[in-house]
Every structure is written in structure tokens, then in C-alpha cells.
Design a protein around this ligand. Sequence first.
Ligand code: FCB
Length: 457
Amino acid sequence: MPNVSFPEGFLWGSATSAYQIEGAAREDGRGESIWDRFSATPGKVQDGSSGEIACDHYHRFAEDVRMMKGLGLSAYRFSIAWPRILPGGRGAVNARGLDFYSRLVDALLEAGIQPFATLFHWDLPQALQDEGGWPSRATAEAFVDYADVVTRALGDRVKDWITHNEPWCTSMLSHQVGLHAPGLKDWGLALAASHHVLLSHGLAVPVIRGNSAGARVGITLNLSPVVPASPSPADHEACRNFDGYFNRWFLDPVHGRGYPADMIADHIADGHLPPEGLTVVKAGDLAAIAAPCDFLGVNYYNRVVSRSDKVLDAQNQPRTVELAPKEEWTEMGWEEYPEGLNQVLNRVHLVYGPRRIYVTENGASYGTAPDADGRIPDERRLRFLREHFLAARRAIDAGVPLHGFFVWSLLDNFEWDRGYGQRFGIVWVDYETQVRIPKDSALWYSRVIATNSVDTV
Ligand code: FCB
């Protein structure tokens, strides 16, 4: 079978986030984050673990960068821990925190790896949470100051900036579903949080540009195609609502369309918002959120099949969407659906038209462990990645301006509320010894990178 090649200059990267890999939670002046507090609260993380040590990347970053170089990665997406930089959330700057990222960036550049820095990947300083967290407008203002400090220090060398990772998770998953820190279940707070996250993004964009000459700035959204489980009108209605809640609530304002009117109406009708609507939006906010960006980051893992419980319960209608057989779902319990990536990329391109798109995360959790020879034959991850790379290639063929792909994740790591039970890495981490072993998927990926092409067998 011939190889399917990618456009010249396509970036092949991997992604991580600070709290999931760094460890050194109490070192060099780092302040407490909401994830330290949340994971120390019994019952919040499935295996009772935390990111206190994680992959010890804080001490092993040089080794990790050497490994990335060995694999041939052309780009690396990491996040900066706000509580390392501003331990109290605002005010006094911790120079040792900045210094760590400065050394990491230097090592990456030295290795010929393009750094993509994410400013917020969920580890909010606890001090800001104590003052109200994202539901409070003051947190958006504090974020802009934090972005200013970081980009002043690193903006000469980092030219690709992502303000936020997955605002849906920061707001809804953390304040309404309650699975992530701070673990609240309150619609009003979640919706206020979503607005302040987006506002902080928009306000930070010009600040970042001002500090980092020639910078390219974007935001990363987690997106899923949403399909109705059956042709029934009720399932279509459930689909519209979920798509609005998950995708459009974030895509629309970032691209200058404001919040979707149907969702505001739904939230008022459901009692999530008062009759006046989203009252935290002040004059000028929507224009700020719509600050033109250089790219959109898309994180894609799976699709959502929406059904109306009413129809299912009352009439027991047959569901017509065929899901992949359960044996083919990843260990997160997520269906493998590579074509969904092509669908999401096309939708974003056709409806919203961002200048550039990167897949800033895609990957799979499979626990495949080292065999007797110390090799890690993670064929299912390899197949997962191949299918998603090919889906990305189909999107490029259709005209989507996709410029790079970051595999989640470089290393096995602390998977939030799931703890260390889920392994997303293309590199195995032995948490006892901190030994890293590239899995078969990593070795295969390095051939993809070297040839800028994917084998189709
Ligand atoms: C994404 C997160 C990332 C990781 C993957 C599996 O939602 O951005 O940190 O947890 O899911």
C-alpha cells in the first residue's frame, strides 16, 4: 500500500500539560493550585492519586527533550503552571518558576523543536479560587496580568501561544458536571465561568502580541461532532441542544457571533439563567472575545450521540446510530471514531473559517505494558493514531487549512479525576523508577515524522 503524504512543513508534535507531568508541586516557590486541593480531597480522584510527583518532568525535562528529539518531533505543546509564576495568583512574580520554563524553551529550541505554550491548562492558583475563581470577573483580569508576565519573559523565544485549553472543561466539567476541580455543580457559576474564560482569552490576545513580536496566538477548544441517535424529532432536538452546549457556546463567541441565542433561551427556560439572560456580559466583552486569532486549536477524542430520554423511556424507540463495537472503545470508555475528526475540522473550516487550524490533541488510552523483552506493543494506539492521521489528511484534501497535529500525550501521566489508571502516552512511564520507554506507537510515529507520510496498511 502506498504511503499517504502530508504537506511540506506540516508540524508533527506531541502535547502535555503542567499538572499532569511536572510533579515538584511544592518546589521552588510554586503556590497551591486547585488541582492540588481537589486531588487531596478524598473521593475526587479515582485512585486517590495526585500530580505531586507525576512524571517528575520538572527535574527530568532535559532528558524528556532529548527523547523528543530522538523521536524527531517538530513541535511540542506544553502548558505553564500559573501557580509557579504567580504563587498567589496575582502580584509577586516567582522568578524561579519563570526560569524553569525559560530553560525548557531553550532546550526545545536547541533541539530544533518548535515550542507551543498553553497559558492555562486548568491549574488555577488556589488563592484565586478562594476569591471566587472563574465565575468571578476578577479572575479574567488576573489572567491577563499573568499572560503579560509570562509573555514578557518568554515571548522572545516562544512564538506560538495558546491562551486556554478546553474552556468547556474549565467551565462546565468543573463547575456544572463537577468532575474536575473545583468540583462544583451549579449552572449559574458554570455559565459565568465560561464567559470569564473566553473574556480572559480575548483580553490577553493583544497583550501577548505586544510582548512577543510576530507571535501567533490562538485558543484550543475540545470539539465533537454531535449526531442524533435516531431520526426522531426529539433526538434531533437533544442533538441541537448538546451541540450548542458543547461546541457552539465556545465557537460562536470566539468567531464574533456572540453566544448562541437558542442556548440562551434554553438556559433561561431550564432555570440555569435568570430571565435577563447572561448578565455577566458587559459592554465591549463580546468584541474583546472576538479578537482575531492566528489559529484555532482543536482537541478531538470522540463523537457524541444525543438522545432524548423522553423518547427513549416513553416509546422505547429503536436507536439507529451504529456505534463501533464496545471492544473497540478505548480504555477511557470512548468510542473510536476517526471520521469524526474529519467532520469537526470541515465544520470549523466551513462555518467559522479560522486562518489556520492545528489538532492540538488527539490520542487514546490503552494500558499495554512492557512485555518480557521490555517492548511495548501498543498496536491499538498505533492503529488509532494512523486512522486519525488519515482522517486529518482527508480534511486537508477537502481544503481545511490544517498545519499540524499534536498527539496526546508524549508521556503516560496523571489523567485528572481518573488518576494514573489511564495511560495516554506514546512513551511508557514507570512511576516507581521514572524510567521512560517509547512504545511501538512512538517508534511508528517517528517514522511518520521522518517520512512526512502515513502507511495505510
Ligand atoms: C483532554 C485534556 C488533556 C487530557 C486528555 C485525555 O480533555 O486536555 O489534559 O486529559 O483530555
